[in-house]
Write a protein of this length. Structure first.
Length: 230
């Protein structure tokens, strides 16, 4: 019997099931994103690993996206969905500045993300954090989880790695942090998530947003803090 025919016959037998994944199931992605308010602004950060199931598709992706000069969003969930949302909101805010002739407030951007997330809640997978600075309310952080809620928080986390660090956040956050304390706090939290969560990894990207502008920073893998020997 031809070898190809024999292989095909065996694959059709119950004791030799075809080891192909079910492509009708949604692909789960992993990440860790975080944002924290401090006295003069906000720090927003995230890891850089992009996954498709158990496959790492990108090691150094940028999950922190500029919406305006002083407002950024961090994205978790489906990469395509969150990129599309960010592009749409960025376009809306460009039109807002053109017609209103002023920069939008952080709350306006957050509400726009919430509106689209709720409208398309059964079609997209998008967990978002909007953080920035405006002249009315200064530094602000808004959590927009899947489904379209919108909650302002002093510190928020999202993504598959967030479940590993919620205790660390509760234990070490306080509302009088300086800029450097906030950057170290965010770096330590994301590093802990990277160490535990298989969907999080790569390097850490940070953005510090104040009235003076935006400062971007990348912390390479060999410079990530380590909390134990192992």
């Amino acid at each position: 019997m031809d070898q190809g025919v024999e292989i095909s016959r065996r694959l059709k037998m119950d004791k030799f099931p075809v080891p192909f994944p079910d492509i009708t199931k949604p692909v789960q992605t992993g990440t860790t994103i975080m944002a924290t308010e401090f006295n003069d602004g906000v720090v927003i950060g995230g890891d850089t690993r992009t996954t498709s199931g158990t496959i790492i598709t990108h090691k150094v992706s940028d999950k922190i996206t500029e919406i305006t000069d002083s407002i950024y969003c961090a994205r978790s969930g489906s990469l395509a969905d969150t990129q599309a949302l960010a592009d749409i909101i960025k376009y809306y805010m460009d039109m807002y500045r053109y017609y209103i002739d002023t920069n939008p407030m952080v709350s306006v951007v957050a509400k726009q993300f919430q509106s689209l997330s709720y409208t398309w809640r059964d079609k997209i997978q998008a967990g978002l954090i909007v953080a920035g600075w405006d002249s009315v309310n200064c530094g602000q952080v808004y959590s927009i989880p899947m489904g379209g809620a919108c909650v302002r928080q002093h510190v928020t986390i999202s993504g598959s790695g967030s479940s590993y660090i919620s205790g660390y956040i509760d234990a070490y956050y306080h509302n009088q942090m300086t800029k450097n304390e906030c950057m170290n706090f965010t770096t330590n939290a994301i590093s802990l998530a990277i160490a535990r969560d298989g969907g999080s990894g790569g390097v850490i990207r940070l953005a510090v947003i104040t009235k003076d502008g935006v400062e971007r920073k990348v912390i390479l893998g060999n410079h990530l803090p380590c909390f134990y020997d192992g």
